[in-house]
Design a protein around this ligand. Structure first.
Ligand code: AMP
Length: 176
């Protein structure tokens, strides 16, 4: 297989001018690269007795669902405001391009549950930070965080490493 990075499409000026959008739908659409990405993250955490994979809407769900299935773990959806039907807790955060709120069901995890957090990409780290805050508030034990793409120049992964021992990303792009 070619370098995983070559399966990711870059869309300039989306969703607004100046953003290079790293589009993983092309990676997910290719059977070999989708499988490879899931396999690589599963291999990194297969001995960690992960009980739940918490993934962030929406591209994180595609990866997180497949990874949870392969690890024999449950799945926790972390969603944008107003989407989850039962009682939730919420955290607001700032994005590379805007502001948002993430929510998780109050009963999504039990204290001490061993959690792997999954998203497609880490940029400034604001999104994963909010997800970690939600899990912390419910007493979850975050074993690691996994991404397909890191944008290291935006500083999120360096900040995250200070907070989470195991940060895995499969490829990185320079700049933003
Ligand atoms: P951040 O909170 O800055 O780490 O941004 C990460 C979240 O926003 C992830 O859920 C990504 O899907 C999305 N995102 C941020 N920047 C980009 C980008 N340049 N290309 C694709 N997705 C991005």
């Amino acid at each position: 297989m070619k370098d995983l990075k070559s399966y990711i499409r870059t869309v300039p000026d989306f969703p607004k001018e100046g953003i290079q959008f790293r589009d993983v739908t092309t990676l997910l659409g290719n059977p070999a690269s989708f499988r490879h990405a899931v396999d690589a993250i599963v291999a990194a955490f297969k001995n960690d007795k992960i009980q739940k994979v918490a993934a962030i809407e929406a591209r994180g769900f595609v990866l997180g669902g497949a990874i949870a299935h392969r690890l024999g773990a449950g799945f926790i959806p972390i969603r944008k405001e107003g989407k989850l039907p039962e009682q939730t807790i919420a955290e607001s955060y700032s994005l590379e391009y805007g502001e948002a709120t993430l929510e998780m069901h109050l009963d999504a995890l039990a204290p001490g549950d061993r959690i792997l957090v999954v998203d497609d990409l880490i940029a400034t780290g604001g999104t994963v930070d909010a997800a970690l805050a939600l899990i912390d508030r419910q007493g979850g034990d975050v074993v690691g965080c996994a991404f397909v793409v890191d944008l290291p120049d935006l500083g999120g992964s360096a900040k995250l490493k200070a907070r989470c021992e195991r940060v895995v990303s499969l490829c990185s792009f320079d700049g933003d």
